[in-house]
Design a protein around this ligand. Sequence first.
Ligand SMILES: [Zn+2]
Length: 322
Amino acid sequence: MATVQTVNGPIDAQEMGMTLIHEHFFSGDEAVSAQWPHVRDHELEYSLALQAADAVSGHGVRTVVEPTAMLLGRDIEALIRLASDTGLQIVPCTGIYTYDHLPQFLLNRPAEFLAELFVHDIEEGIQGTEVRAAFIKCAADEPGVNERIEKVHRAAARASVRTGAPIMAHSRPASGTGPRQVEILLEEGVAPEKIQIAHTGDTDDLDYIERLLDRGVWIGMDRYGIDVFLPTERRNATVLALLERGYAERMFLSQDFDIPIAAGLDWYPPEMIEQMQAAGAAPNWSMTFLFEQVIPTLREGGMTDDQLDTVLVKNPPRWLGV
Ligand SMILES: [Zn+2]
């Protein structure tokens, strides 16, 4: 029996039910939070996370995969509290969310050291708890797969090979990072079916996407609502084209939602968020946009019930079950 680790302990992978594969309940700059805690309002953040959790549950979601890793403010206690209060199954990760920078502590130590940290979270527990990480997060973005990013990927790969935990790799199609990320992970011996290339849905270049799929990896069509990277209509057209080509069993749908106020995703001050919204950067972004608008449109476009069930219910345990 394959199992999946949640913040409330392991479950049978088949109990995941309808799953959102990539959403953030609590994310923020952990260094700022540690040094200037007065800029955070944890109770407000918690109440917003609670609203989002209740909203997704109302659409039948039973599990949310929460890929908030180091440098994005992973907070296991907050996730445990949220899962306990709502009954939602929340799947936590280990790993490092960086596009380039690494703290000196990690910069001057080898990939093997990083791999041991990830293995610790997978086998012992996260942040002093007994909650075990279900998967490993790494990232490549605009700076490309440079030396530091390669080290994080090799560390993620080694921890995956050692434990069987799958990998979610944040990618940036506009910088063409995906193929190189896959290459490194495969070189280290990770099985392709353990690899998910997140944010592949930020492009509608089907050749680029099929080159990734040809390697046997999963793709995340997982930023629905972030129009600034690709508008919804083009995301939908891409998903429908991939379904028609028979890739339902290789993809995920999600929104990569972060609660966008000074709490939650704290990258932008409130006035900048207002400007971005006014400019149409992400007018519909929420944790329920998929259910309210995207899925109805995909159905009209020919997505079958069976395909929907494959993407939202059957695929998550196939990728995550260990
Ligand atoms: Zn994310």
